[in-house]
Design a protein around this ligand. Structure first.
Ligand code: ZN
Length: 244
């Protein structure tokens, strides 16, 4: 969850002090640990680490199914302290991550083909399998958006700095829709159950209102549109054909 002060601090720290280039496709960014993909973590309720490994595995399968395997190169756990910045040539946008003491926690987000999370600041988002799967598939949507030239990070900065939230909110709600569409497929494939999905729906409606992401009601509705209507609805929400 990125606040304006945190964002400004992060940009200063990331650019001024660390300035680590993470554009290499081969190495995990400095201060991060790659998460192993493991579908075995989906077979029960274990712990947060297994939930994330399950979510990475199912996200990969969904991306493969939709022909989008390349949009998430890796998912990494950000240690503390850690920070860095990179430049994505694909969509010409900056990408930052940071966990610095108790002061800065950018937490779960995706940019430049990497999904970042921190087990402490994101504890509520990965507490159950359903939550972890829902949130990590959502993040992969930002990878799809990057692949068609959209700039979720710049749109977030614009929203936080100038209050112009429409662009990023559209991208966030489309991502909630994408996650819902994935859930229908996960159930069809036997990876998760209808009861798991009910938990995910409740989770989406319970999310706090945020100018950049919309209200819990809006997010829950976008998620359910994805479940019922599939990825075509996500294109409608986004206002352009990105997902099909
Ligand atoms: Zn998002």
């Amino acid at each position: 969850m990125i606040t304006r002060m945190r964002l400004i601090s992060v940009v200063l720290v990331a650019i001024g002090i660390v300035c680590v280039a993470v554009s290499s496709a081969d190495a995990a960014p400095w201060g991060t640990v790659p998460v192993q993909s493991d579908v075995a973590g989906c077979r029960g309720e274990y712990g947060a680490l297994e939930n994330v490994s399950c979510a990475v595995a199912l996200t990969q399968r969904w991306l493969s199914h939709t022909g989008r395997s390349s949009v998430v190169q890796e998912t990494v756990r950000v240690t503390n302290p850690a920070a860095g910045v990179s430049w994505s040539p694909e969509n010409r946008d900056v990408c930052v991550y940071a966990e610095l003491g108790a002061v800065i926690a950018l937490g779960l987000h995706h940019c430049n083909k990497v999904t970042f999370y921190n087990p402490t600041s994101d504890a509520e988002l990965i507490r159950t399998r359903s939550r972890a799967v829902t949130t990590l598939v959502h993040e992969s949507s930002h990878g799809v958006q990057e692949s068609v030239g959209l700039r979720p990070v710049s749109a977030t900065i614009t929203a936080l700095a100038f209050g112009r939230t429409a662009e990023i909110r559209t991208m966030e709600l489309a991502s909630d829709c994408w996650s819902g569409a994935a859930w229908t497929w996960f159930i069809g494939q036997g990876h998760l159950s209808v009861a798991d999905r009910s938990e995910a729906i409740t989770f989406m409606y319970s999310l706090p209102d945020r100018p950049t992401h919309g209200t819990g009601q809006e997010r829950g509705r976008a998620f359910e549109r994805g479940i019922v209507e599939g990825v075509a609805a996500c294109n409608q929400i986004l206002g352009r054909p990105a997902y099909t």
